[in-house]
Design a protein around this ligand. Sequence first.
Ligand code: EPU
Length: 355
Amino acid sequence: MDIKENISLKAYNTFGIDAKASMFVEYDTEKGLQQLLESGLLHNNPFLVLGGGSNMVFANDYNGVIVHPANKGVITERECNTPCANDFNGYDCSALSEDKVLVEVAAGEVWSDFAWAMTRKGYYGLENLVEIPGSVGAAPVQNVGAYGVEAKDVIAYVAAYEIATGDKKIFTNKECKFGYRDSIFKNELKNKYIVVSVCFMLSKTANAKTNYSALSKVLSEKGIATPTPLHIAECIAEIRGEKLPNPKDVGSAGSFFKNPIVTHSQLEEIQQNYPDVVSYPAGDKYKLAAGWLIEKCGWKGRTLGNAGVYPKQALVLFNNGGCTGAEVVALANAIEADVESRFGVRLEKEAIIIN
Ligand code: EPU
């Protein structure tokens, strides 16, 4: 096991923040992860599992072990109408219909590469989720989502190692306790397991999710009535390209805040002063568009130090050149304070601040 010391994390976080880690370990096989767990290194030191680093802001140098999963590739792929042996970790797919296909992929794989690869094979399921930065292993942890689909809709199970014992456990979709940008791995099992692979249940027959208004608009403009997965993915890439920064050019962590959930009476109160507030029903509550709230507070396109609010999408904070994590946190706090004083709503960060 190769432990690097005192290395810059600039290339390992999409914000491009130049923080240092006192220790850094990477593995590219499941065996490598087992060896890391056997070594006890994670029992004696603070640690952080850093996938694509697309949702993290390093406010300071990290004094501990950065664990970087680099195990890649599809492990197994199988159509569900064939008898199931134990090569899917014992997952019982007998109840699944014949048009389903199960694909298990290593946690260190680049999420978008995998989503595009499945889409190009003609499988439905991941086409709305192309171009999301990050790794496959991080997807279930925060239940990534975009354009009407969330990872939870297509995850069959998650395989993960318990750090304390080194034992492997399979978490069924239900056991992952998925919520909006949330799962068991962010709550009761936080820092207790490391995801090694994720198994997706995709579909070979048409199963397109095109309700999201921006998506249905682009599809109809292109005259596509019965879209293939590739059609959808190409439209999504186009929509994202118009609103979101290209991670290759501009450092960011995607949506920096979650869209806040409010009660009906809170919404009514806001509507009294702001009848055009953007909201969507969410169960018996309402989800507000955080981007709208931030824009209304006048933050869209503004900078504070070297951190800025993206001019085309106020939910995204970005690196305006050499910004530090502390500058990002200062900007985020200023936005939160303004939104709270104007709307009485406390924004919650989607990005994780590492102190
Ligand atoms: N809006 C504004 N001003 C802005 C941005 C948005 O007024 O600057 C309003 C618009 O009215 C728009 C509405 O907010 O109609 C919703 O905006 P959008 O469709 O862009 O979605 P979002 O709520 O801002 C969420 C996800 C994104 C995901 C998009 C598309 C969260 C926190 N963010 O953003 O996820 O791509 O929907 O599904 O739920 C990410 O998590 O990194 C991410 C980019």
